[in-house]
Design a protein around this ligand. Structure first.
Ligand SMILES: [Fe+2]
Ligand SMILES: [Fe+2]
Length: 252
């Protein structure tokens, strides 16, 4: 009897142990399957998550306010404006930076034209009577109007400045000498040997005069006049020159 009882007890123990083993096995299996599901989500789920993430990012980007300019950028803009203003102010005080023709530029252009005529006249011979006549006519016309705009507009304006007075007075006298020689050239025959010699003296006088004007006189003018002054003087000179030329071309 004792043996039969112990057999039953042993059987019960084995049965209980088996159930415990089965439960443990079941729990392990469930745990593994849960872990696998977490480690490897299905492809459809991944796509849904990605789409959701993209939507959130897009919404937050739309809501993000426009960034205000930084203090550094504002300061840089202010400095740029200040520099541009300073450059403009300096440029106004520097007449030689102007792209517009001014009184001095206008007169220098005239000088180049006069020099060209003088060179051509010097190259003529006693046989070129017609050529000398035409050239002297052109030179007289252009020299007269050039002297006129200088004596009526630039010289009086410049003479008001003590540092320019002497060179202006000298300019009037040099004009006078040139006018006397031109007058004589009109009276001397173009085929006379005296004409060429007289013309050469005229050329040297005018070239000397141009050198003095473009040196001391115009340098002084650029120093005492502002860019605006020189522009205004240039406008007055160009107007006077055009009026004289219109009067000459008008039929009498
Ligand atoms: Fe002159
Ligand atoms: Fe001149």
């Amino acid at each position: 009897m004792a043996k039969r009882g112990s057999r039953k007890t042993a059987a019960k123990k084995r049965s209980g142990a088996k159930r415990a083993t089965d439960r443990a096995s079941s729990t392990r299996t469930k745990g593994r399957s849960t872990k696998r599901a977490g480690a490897k989500p299905s492809g459809r789920k991944t796509a849904r998550r990605k789409n959701a993430a993209r939507a959130v990012a897009t919404r937050s980007a739309r809501k993000r306010p426009t960034p205000e300019p930084s203090k550094l950028a504002s300061a840089a803009t202010a400095v740029k404006g200040a520099v541009a203003g300073a450059v403009e102010a300096v440029a106004k005080r520097l007449p030689w930076t102007s792209s517009e023709p001014d009184a001095v530029t206008l007169l220098e252009t005239d000088h180049r034209r006069l020099e060209d005529l003088l060179k051509k006249g010097e190259e003529t011979t006693e046989r070129a009577v017609k050529g000398r006549t035409q050239l002297l006519h052109t030179l007289t016309s252009e020299l007269t109007v050039h002297e006129l705009i200088e004596e009526k507009i630039l010289y009086p304006a410049l003479r008001a400045h003590p540092e320019a007075k002497d060179i202006v007075l000298e300019g009037y006298q040099e004009h006078h000498v040139a006018d006397l020689i031109v007058k004589e050239l009109h009276t001397v025959h173009k085929d006379d040997e005296q004409w060429g010699a007289k013309f050469k003296v005229l050329k040297e006088n005018i070239e000397h005069h141009i050198k003095e004007e473009e040196g001391e006189m115009f340098r002084t003018a650029r120093g005492v006049f502002s860019r605006e002054d020189l522009h205004q003087l240039g406008v007055r000179m160009a107007t006077m020159k055009a009026e004289v030329q219109r009067g000459r071309s008008r039929p009498t």
